[in-house]
Design a protein around this ligand. Structure first.
Ligand code: BGC
Ligand code: BGC
Length: 602
């Protein structure tokens, strides 16, 4: 009897806990009532406004926010306030939010941003390793902490919503977004993606606002056939899978995110068996909402509906009828007022039912209510100093050192801290921008000192004894013979994202090979560190290298690299992707054609 009573007590406690968690102290029925009451009062124009998302850069005038009762703003890659510093971000948020709140019913904005490896658009924020590096740590607790720290930095600028985590499991490394996936293995992505969602959404501000996560891109973004994408390459191409294969291979990652209560999901640019995901009712409604039980709202990708065959008006009808709830119009292509006019016309002429509109608006308002956005739309600046804080940089440094995968070591690592001298060379050695990759400060990232952080060279300098002479050379050509016997050479890829990073050839740059040759010819032993968003063609070169490690795109905390180089920590990173002899063969390369298997790491 006692046991039963205890159990009942526990169940009651648990359900109270769950309802508090999901509805910011509102019970499910109270929440539904609030939302229904509000919808009851709304005009069609106001509903259309809620379904519209605009990049703040493309607002015609700020008063449009209140006039049209706009539901959401975003900052796309590089969409900064005029001065890129934390206080200006917070001021920008509050300015837009206050204006929006003047709408007839006082409905707040939900403001979204790509905080995909830290709050990466913000100057001075902590930049964590890109997901490929986090995948190499294979450490769900760490990924929880990384995501939580990211949300804390996002929350400090007022922003409500991050378009992260990316749950792709990329198979073709020629894809420019390979690094946004934790792994090519959907099982690893499932495990780490769940932790990321939990970490992001664990953050509740002092005023009770919870950060909203977004699992993306639904679905098949990393599985497109080469040649079917933009410019005849990979990005936004066609994914060919039977429904059964889709269910077994790709849906469990999303089911795990839904079970972890992810509030939003972004549709993917790619097609599934020739049909654009943005226009697929089977995917967005039948599978995602009905079969998988997703209760949050579906956001389209940037101008993603524009790619559906037909004209803009029919694109709108097709996508909304398919199950898109909010459209990332952006305003860069089609004007947002045109979008709103055509969405309304579609309802008036019966192409979209009012039930569908109400369902979309209900989902959006529920997310706003249950995450405290109605309760505390305006944010004060008590926590700005958390952005780029020592504590967060420490978490990032730990992530960096756990992400490094040592692939070859002929008795040179760890390096001694008491060498007389050490050469550090290569384009990537003192290059924060290259370390961070795309989605950093700007959409495509940048070169050099784009933000605040520690380069790999800085980290090495901090690690060695004061007597050690560090000789830095970009390409090794200016060095005398054997100024020391050892050189650390940092080579790799220049920053990119999306289709800009699609390449049909994954060879190392000639420049980089030349740098290594310059050093080898002068008698140095070389430790090669590769900064990259994917496996590259190294098979023909590694015989010349004495040690080799993949450092991926580590972000701002370069001293995590020296932590491993000098043996302060043992390397524990494991390959999250198999490394084929020919990198273009991707994750499906035959075992016999692999240089290193997934999971390898010394
Ligand atoms: C924006 C990005 C966006 C991209 C999509 C850019 O202009 O800044 O945030 O992802 O367009 O094509
Ligand atoms: C990308 C998304 C991103 C969005 C907003 C798109 O181009 O595909 O991942 O969230 O832009 O910047």
């Amino acid at each position: 009897m006692r046991i039963i009573k205890n159990n009942i007590f526990q169940i009651i406690l648990l359900s109270i806990f769950i309802s508090c968690q999901t509805s910011n102290n509102l019970s499910e029925s109270q929440l539904n009532k609030k939302v229904d009451d509000l919808i009851e009062k709304m005009t069609l124009d106001e509903k259309v406004g809620q379904m519209t998302q605009i990049d703040q850069r493309f607002l015609d005038t700020i008063t449009d926010l209140s006039t049209y009762s706009i539901g959401s703003l975003l900052s796309g890659g590089g969409s900064h306030p005029s001065v890129n510093e934390p206080q200006a971000w917070l001021d920008m948020y509050n300015k837009y939010q206050s204006e929006t709140l003047k709408n007839r019913l006082g409905i707040p904005l939900i403001y979204g941003i790509d905080a995909v490896h830290g709050h990466n658009n913000v100057y001075g924020a902590t930049i964590f390793p890109q997901n490929i590096g986090l995948g190499a740590t294979n450490n769900p607790e760490l990924i929880f902490e990384v995501s939580k720290a990211t949300s804390l930095e996002v929350a400090a600028t007022g922003i409500d919503w991050t378009f992260s985590p990316c749950l792709s499991s990329p198979e073709d490394f020629r894809w420019g977004r390979t690094y946004e996936g934790f792994s090519s293995d959907p099982k690893i992505v499932e495990k780490l993606g769940r932790s990321a969602v939990e970490g992001y959404q664990s953050v509740v501000t002092a005023t009770g606002k919870r950060i909203v996560a977004c699992a993306k891109h639904f679905i098949g973004d990393g599985n497109t056939e080469f040649g079917t994408g933009m410019n005849g390459l990979v990005d936004r191409g066609n994914t060919i899978l039977t429904k059964q294969e889709l269910k077994e291979k790709l849906l469990p990652k999303y089911q795990a995110a839904i079970d972890a209560n992810v509030q939003t999901i972004m549709a993917s640019y790619n097609s599934w068996n020739g049909v654009k995901c943005h226009g697929s009712k089977e995917l967005l409604t039948d599978i995602l909402k009905v079969e998988m039980g997703f209760q949050g709202f579906v956001i389209s990708d940037w101008q993603g509906i524009d790619e559906i065959p037909g004209n803009y008006k029919s694109d709108i009808a097709t996508s909304i009828n398919a199950g898109i709830d909010m459209v990332m119009v952006s305003g860069q292509g089609q004007p947002y007022k045109k979008f709103m006019r055509l969405l309304k016309e579609n309802v008036e002429d019966g192409s979209i039912s009012l039930e569908r509109i109400d369902d979309a608006v209900r989902r959006i308002l529920k997310v706003k209510f249950s995450n405290g956005i109605f309760k505390s739309p305006i944010v004060d600046n008590e926590k700005l100093e958390i952005i780029g804080s020592k504590k967060h940089r420490e978490i990032a440094r730990q992530a960096v050192r756990e992400s490094i995968v040592v692939l070859k070591n002929e008795n040179v690592l760890p390096l001694s801290k008491n060498l007389k001298s050490l050469v550090v060379a290569g384009r990537g050695a003192d290059n924060l921008g290259m370390q961070c990759g795309g989605w950093t400060i700007n959409w495509q990232g940048g070169q050099g000192d784009i933000t605040v952080g520690t380069t790999i060279l800085d980290g090495i300098k901090k690690s060695v004894a004061t007597e050690t002479n560090i000789i830095y050379s970009t390409d090794g050509s200016d060095l005398e013979d054997s100024e020391s016997d050892l050189a650390v050479v940092v080579i790799g890829e220049d920053p990119y994202t999306e289709f800009f990073g699609d390449k049909d050839n994954l060879d190392l740059l000639n420049e980089d090979i030349q740098t290594i040759n310059n050093l080898k010819n002068k008698g140095y032993k070389v430790v090669v560190l590769l900064i990259s968003g994917r496996p590259l063609n190294v098979a023909n070169h590694i015989n010349d290298w004495d040690a080799f490690a993949a450092v991926w795109l580590p972000g701002t905390e370069g001293d995590g690299v020296s932590d491993i180089l000098f043996g302060d920590y043992n390397s524990s990173g494991k390959l999250p992707y198999p490394w084929p002899i020919k990198a273009e063969d991707g994750a499906n390369a035959d075992e016999r054609n692999l240089l290193y298997k997934l999971g390898f790491g010394l």
